[in-house]
Design a protein around this ligand. Sequence first.
Ligand SMILES: [Zn+2]
Length: 116
Amino acid sequence: MHELPVTKSILGIVLRHAEVQGVKKVHAIDLSIGALSDLEAEWLQSYFDHLSKGTPAEGAELRVHRSQLTFLCEPCSKEFTATREELETAACPLCGSRDGSIVGGTAYTVESMEAE
Ligand SMILES: [Zn+2]
């Protein structure tokens, strides 16, 4: 379970933003999680509920969005994206090659948050 340290880091980011913006209450947080990440939304939410007690982010809803994979084409160096389902078949839109290597898809980012 590596959701716990990830959740801590997400909460840290959220609370820093909340402080800077003078936010009293965070209602929802939009999270983008790489298509290859094995982070589970339910675990994130349950750790978050636990860790955020007594902070402005207590009770906030985590809205998890899966981002697409990013490939880098070996022959022509073009970057392109594909969904997780297309992992085996993704081809470069420029040259048609399937020799792409995955350069993104495991990161997570806090995209935005709803607060007052
Ligand atoms: Zn290419």
